[in-house]
Ligand binder design. Sequence first.
Ligand SMILES: N[C@@H](CCC(=O)N[C@@H](CS)C(=O)NCC(=O)O)C(=O)O
Length: 204
Amino acid sequence: MKLYHTPGAPNPDRVTFFLRAKGKLDAVDLEEVSIMKQEHKTAEYRDVSPFAQVPALALDDGTKITESRAICTYFENVFPEPNLMGTDAKEKALIEMWDRRVEMMFFIQFATWFRNAHEMMAPLEVPQSAEAAAKGEKNAKKMAERINAHLADHEFLAADRFSIADITLFITCGFCRVMKWAPTKEHEHLGRWFEAMKARGFAG
Ligand SMILES: N[C@@H](CCC(=O)N[C@@H](CS)C(=O)NCC(=O)O)C(=O)O
């Protein structure tokens, strides 16, 4: 199977970090797609990913899977150990709850800020909107505060062990560098958690 990715871009990193955390990065053929060169917009790549986004997974039987979370779910089932999405009903629900919270209330808000404010994104976000940027910034900063408060008395984000929710939060915190914002320096508990995650080595 082939994984189309863009190193350093958050959604593809979510998947490659997830695979590395499972010790299975070598189970896929990796193919790099340059977003800055707009390689994701070619007709050839749209055959793999009709919405022209990375990451995308092409299975050997021809099936194409997009959406980083869906690709991770596929790998969770194919490579069940170590478990990263929960083992029982309660743990699965809590991990999904936090993963979705991070994705929707932090990651997407931050991405809205970035895409609408950064000049590098002007060719991809047409037209950019200062209003959308301001709203995204406010929402992302509020969520960073909330997560920091939660981490004051939790070692991991969602469960009493490492999970996909930690990976999603980790790539979001790393992504914040593009706006020269370091929530992990501003927030003590988020900073402690971030250093612990770096030490696990799943980011390569
Ligand atoms: N919801 C999708 C989002 C994928 C996505 O937006 N990927 C970005 C890279 S991080 C992309 O392909 N951007 C290209 C563009 O905006 O034209 C997922 O989780 O995979």
